[in-house]
Design a protein around this ligand. Structure first.
Ligand SMILES: *Cc1c(COP(=O)(O)O)cnc(C)c1O
Length: 431
């Protein structure tokens, strides 16, 4: 019985690996792949260990190599972001937000949040982490024409409501939020600016997205696995020293006990890859996103943000209302091996969440596999055949598989110089 179940478990794992990592095109905007070098560093003994507390001041024995690694990783990332204050222990972007939000506001106090239409993440809202912490959500006004925060109206809201902090950055955003303007406004009422760079950390370290820490943000939270192509995890970088200290005292024990230690060396390897290849990678991402948007428009899709140049991030948004809606289109594409997610568009009512008008596409993963403009044109054609021409998805999938087979290695990484050969994994030791 157990052996049958084991067979089933192993089969599911093998099939998913094959499907998601070698047959299909992943356009989920929040995902990426690690290099072999980072992956091997991830498969280490650290995944079994505990290290509560701060480096060199742990509550556990056995952490001397981790202590050194954690300090080193924070230093590498800090140098890329222009700060010496980096906290690596949040195990996800949401936990990073929770730790910062909780320190900045007590239950019943207010936080002003980028408009949901401009891409705020659920953790910024009363439905997510902010709500769980009992902090009151004050939405900043939305400027439909610029698909962004309405700066003048937002300054008034901040002056009137005097929130403890403002959150910018988001999950569905094509254009940068106005950090400097909001930082000035919130600082003038004694509050702090938190920038959530979960999606754009890779673009920031690659120099293709403004570093919010240089424009007045007091803290920047992030995930380490979206445009920054590392293991799933979170981090916080600070310019405000008191906030850094306070959050450092509360990540543990409030929000993590153990911080999933094997993330740390894999994050370090990825950070070093971004130090070397990050600029060309980020450059290729934004070029590809713009190209994909243009090709999709010329294939007949309704691409959001035409007047604004479609996108400045890794994302492209499609309005697929006339093609059957987001749910149906996302399903058909999945059948054709093109993985995307359905998404609310700024004009959708919140209750449309199960069948919204939009699709969100991200090019960071296909870019990391080495795809460029001509591949963006090919992806746009595949999508047209499924969604506009109504071709059988299974038939298109056969061609998608063929196409995908040409892109099997992770680029912009130390794999290119064979560094993975030097990393011993735990498996080598066990065998
Ligand atoms: C993805 C995302 C998060 C959550 O990150 P996790 O690492 O999945 O917890 C937080 N904020 C924004 C803006 C995101 O897009």
């Amino acid at each position: 019985m157990a052996s049958e179940l084991l067979e089933k478990v192993i089969k599911l794992v093998n099939e998913d690996n094959e499907w998601r990592s070698s047959q299909s095109l992943n356009l989920i905007a929040s995902e990426n792949v690690m290099s072999k070098t980072a992956l091997k560093a991830y498969l280490s003994d650290f995944m079994f260990r505990y290290a509560e507390g701060k480096p060199f001041k742990r509550y556990y024995q056995g952490t001397k190599y981790l202590d050194e690694l954690e300090v080193l990783t924070a230093k590498i990332i800090g140098e890329m972001l222009g700060t010496s204050m980096v906290e690596l222990r949040p195990i996800s972007g949401t936990i990073a937000n929770a730790a910062v939000f909780r320190v900045l506001a007590a239950p019943g106090e207010k936080a002003a949040i980028a408009p949901v239409q401009a891409g705020a993440h659920v953790s910024h809202t009363k439905f997510g982490t902010l709500g769980a912490l009992g902090i009151i959500q004050v939405p900043l006004p939305y400027d439909e024409e610029n698909m962004n925060v309405d700066v003048d109206k937002a300054v008034k809201v901040i002056e009137e409501e005097k929130p403890k902090f403002v959150v910018l950055g988001g999950s569905v955003y094509l254009f940068p939020h106005p950090v400097k303007e909001m930082a000035d406004a919130i600082h003038s009422v004694g509050g702090k600016l938190v920038y959530d760079a979960a999606h754009v950390l890779g673009l920031i370290v690659g120099g293709r997205w403004r570093n919010p820490l240089q424009y007045g943000a007091d803290a920047m939270t992030a995930s380490t696995h979206k445009t920054f192509p590392g293991p799933q995890g979170g981090l916080i970088a600070f310019t405000d020293k008191d906030l850094y200290k306070e959050v450092g005292k509360t990540v543990f024990p409030w929000f993590v006990s153990n911080h999933h230690l094997h993330r740390i060396p894999a994050t370090a390897v990825t950070a070093l890859e971004m130090k070397v290849y990050g600029e060309s990678y980020a450059d290729a991402i934004v070029t590809n996103a713009r190209a994909l948007a243009e090709y999709l428009a010329s294939e007949g899709f309704n691409v959001v943000g035409e007047k604004l140049g479609y996108t400045r991030s890794h994302q492209v948004l499609l309005d697929v209302r006339t093609l059957g809606g987001g749910a149906k289109c996302a399903y058909l594409l999945e059948e054709a091996g093109i993985i995307v997610n359905k998404n609310l568009l700024p004009w959708d009512p919140p209750e449309a969440v199960k069948d919204p008008s939009g699709l969100r596409l991200g090019v960071q993963e296909v870019t990391r596999l080495g795809m460029g403009k001509s591949e963006m044109a090919e992806i746009a054609r595949f999508m047209k055949r499924v969604l506009i021409d109504g071709e059988e998805p299974a038939k298109v999938f056969e061609e998608v598989k063929e196409f995908r087979r040409q892109f099997r290695s992770v680029r912009y990484s130390f794999d290119e110089i064979g560094a993975y050969k030097n990393v011993n994994t735990l498996l080598d030791l066990l065998e």
